[in-house]
Structure formats: structure tokens, C-alpha cells
Design a protein around this ligand. Structure first.
Ligand code: FE2
Length: 371
């Protein structure tokens, strides 16, 4: 069967047809092959896999762009701090950076490698799926203009993202510990590492001068540790948020199957960030405080699973959930690009780059189930 992207008009009229069938069935005019409620199973199966709405395509195209961006940044981490092999080629590693990362966990290089490989696979799969449906895959190659790190071990190629001037939002740390606040209900959250959200800091060594003294490269590794959590909690929210606008069941299956791998990454990084040692960077004064010093749950480092919190309405009991999952405030595609921009990931990018991303994000957020 040749699969084509259907216009939303077509998809809507098809659903109208199905609804008409339901109405007829309810009136008692059920025919052969129809269930008693008037809906034929084959028609539903086709609806689930045969046609994508414009909204489905918009959601997949934005997710493709997001995965391309994730791949670009993870690749930079892997070249210097991960394992370079046939699965994730490129770069040759920075011994001092890898050693500093290993303070967070002895397997950091393996985890960085695996997260990078996963992002590559997400990007390649979503683009291949779009093409299989007659939709345009996303290609951001023309924007690979940002410089690479000059540290030994990095490739010297154009990048989409900048990991050398980050302003990392670490409020995800307290957001997942709060039992009374949810961003979807207007909650706000304190920074775990206030210094990281008030300045520009490298998460990879910019050059070999960044490899010493020890507390400077450790601060860079700590920054990376919190940035890993920031990036992957974003993916953990983005997929369930956009899934609510999907119409086609196969597209829904894609979002429901990829999204939780972002959460799997987040869970790992959430655990590792808590091992970042307290220190002050002797070169720029960046402070990583002792998160257990206050004795409160909001920063306790072994609380790595989501604490139950309010969801949908305060009339319900608290529940352990991903947060946010609503297109508003901090959730959705536009909010993701806004957050990535505030993170410093795109410092040096062109106006055209922002325009392209903004268009993709707005179209994804505008998708509504059934249209
Ligand atoms: Fe991903």
C-alpha cells in the first residue's frame, strides 16, 4: 500500500464518515462486518496507520529537528567525554575531562556514548518515517556553522549547538522533588545550582587551557552533569505533551515509544548529577553547593525518582508524574526552543536558524487531535 500524507481536510472528512457510521449503527442499521456499535474494525485499523494529518506531520517534523539538535550536542559530549567507536564515531576523547566526569560515575563515558547513539537513532528514524509517508524530512545542515571546541580530542567541524557558553536552568531538580507544585498548575521552582543559571559556563573544555586546575575541569564536568539532566528532562516532557495533539495511531505509537527513552536518560542523569562534588571554580567563581547541606527534600541528592505532586487539579491526590505535559508556560515545542535559547545552546546562530525552528515549533504546538 502506498502511504501518502493526507490533508487535514481529507482526514476530517474520513472521520466524519466514521462518525456517520456510528450514528447509523446506533440507529440499528448495522451491516455485515460491522460491530454492534456500527464501527468496522478494518476501518479503524486503517485510520490508525494509513493517513497522517498535517498536525501529525508538524509534530514529527518538530521532533526530528529537536532530535537533530540533541544529536549535535550529544555528539560534542561524546567526542570529548564519551566512548568513540563504530557506533558513535568522531573525536578521540579528552583524558582530563573523562576523569572529571568519572567523579560523577565511573561509567559516565559509556552512558554519554549510549545517550548519543540513541539520539542519532531517534533522528534517523523520524526522518525515515516522514519520508515513508511522503512528508519532508528535516535537514538543518546549512546551519552547522558554530565552532567546535579547540580542546584535543574534538573534531573540527561545524556545529548546530554551542556547549561553551551555557546558562543551565537547574530548576528541574527541585521541580521533580516538589510535592505541592506543578508547572502546569503555575508552579515555580528554585534553582539547585543558582550560579549555573546566572552566567555563561562551558560544559566541555573549550581548549586545553580548560583542563587545569583540577577544580576548573571538575566544574566543567559538573556543568555537563547538570546539563545532561536539563536536556533529557526536556525530552521527557516534550513527547507526552505533543502526543496529545497526535491523530494517527502509528504516530502516537512512535511518540509513546521514543518519549520514555528520553525519560530513561533523564533518570540516569538525575542520579549522576547528585554526585557532582561541591566546589568553587578557581577560574570563574562558579559555586556548586553541597545539595544535602540544608537537610531538606528539595535538594536531597538521593531523591532521584519523581516525588508525587499535584496533577490536573488540586482536588485529586498527589501522583508521581512527568511534569510539565501541557502546551502552555514551560511545556510544548515553542517553550522547548525558548528554553534551549535561554540555555545558550544557540549562541552564534543566524536569524534564519531561529526563524526555521520557530516555524516548526509553532506548527507542532498548533496540532490538535483530530485535525
Ligand atoms: Fe531523543
Amino acid at each position: 500500500m502506498i502511504r501518502k500524507v493526507q490533508s487535514s481536510k481529507h482526514a476530517t472528512s474520513r472521520r466524519s464518515f466514521l462518525r456517520k457510521g456510528l450514528a447509523v449503527g446506533a440507529a440499528g442499521a448495522t451491516g455485515a462486518g460491522l460491530l454492534t456499535n456500527g464501527l468496522s474494525l478494518p476501518a479503524f485499523a486503517e485510520e490508525g496507520s494509513d493517513s497522517l494529518t498535517k498536525g501529525d506531520v508538524a509534530i514529527l517534523r518538530f521532533l526530528s529537528a529537536a532530535e537533530i539538535l540533541e544529536t549535535d550536542l550529544w555528539r560534542q559530549y561524546n567526542e570529548l567525554g564519551g566512548i568513540q567507536d563504530s557506533e558513535v564515531p568522531g573525536g578521540s576523547g579528552s583524558a582530563a575531562y573523562i576523569k572529571a566526569l568519572s567523579v560523577l560515575d565511573g561509567d559516565m563515558d559509556q552512558y554519554i556514548h549510549d545517550n548519543t547513539e540513541d539520539e542519532f537513532s531517534h533522528m534517523a528514524f523520524i526522518n525515515a518515517y516522514l519520508a515513508s509517508q511522503g512528508a519532508d524530512p528535516v535537514n538543518l545542515d546549512k546551519f552547522r556553522t558554530l565552532p567546535s571546541s579547540k580542546a584535543t580530542g574534538a573534531q573540527h567541524i561545524g556545529r548546530l549547538t554551542n556547549l561553551m557558553q551555557l546558562t543551565v536552568d537547574t530548576s528541574w531538580w527541585t521541580r521533580y522533588r516538589s510535592r505541592t507544585q506543578n508547572p502546569d498548575l503555575g508552579g515555580t521552582f528554585a534553582q539547585a545550582i543558582p550560579g549555573l543559571s546566572a552566567g555563561q559556563f562551558p560544559a566541555i573544555p573549550r581548549n586545553d587551557g580548560d583542563l587545569a586546575p583540577a577544580n576548573h575541569i571538575q566544574a566543567i564536568a559538573n556543568t555537563a552533569g547538570f546539563h545532561f539532566g536539563y536536556i533529557e528532562q526536556g525530552g521527557s516532557s516534550l513527547y507526552p505533551t505533543l502526543a496529545q495533539g497526535v491523530t494517527n495511531l502509528e504516530v502516537l505509537r512512535i511518540l509513546l515509544s521514543i518519549g520514555p527513552t528520553e525519560t530513561s536518560h533523564f533518570q540516569t542523569w538525575h542520579d549522576k548529577a547528585g554526585n557532582a562534588p561541591a566546589l568553587t571554580d578557581p577560574k570563574n567563581g562558579l559555586v556548586f553547593p553541597d545539595l544535602n547541606a540544608s537537610g531538606g527534600e528539595d535538594t536531597q541528592t538521593n531523591l532521584i525518582m519523581p516525588e508525587p505532586t499535584v496533577f490536573l487539579s488540586r482536588k485529586f491526590p498527589v501522583v508521581s508524574i512527568i511534569r510539565p505535559t501541557q502546551i502552555a508556560g514551560s511545556g510544548g515545542a515553542v517553550a522547548t526552543i525558548k528554553s534551549f535559547t535561554a540555555d545558550g545552546l544557540f549562541i552564534g546562530q543566524s536569524q534564519e536558524f531561529f526563524a526555521v525552528l520557530s516555524e516548526l515549533a509553532q506548527q507542532a504546538d498548533a496540532a490538535r487531535r483530530g485535525f
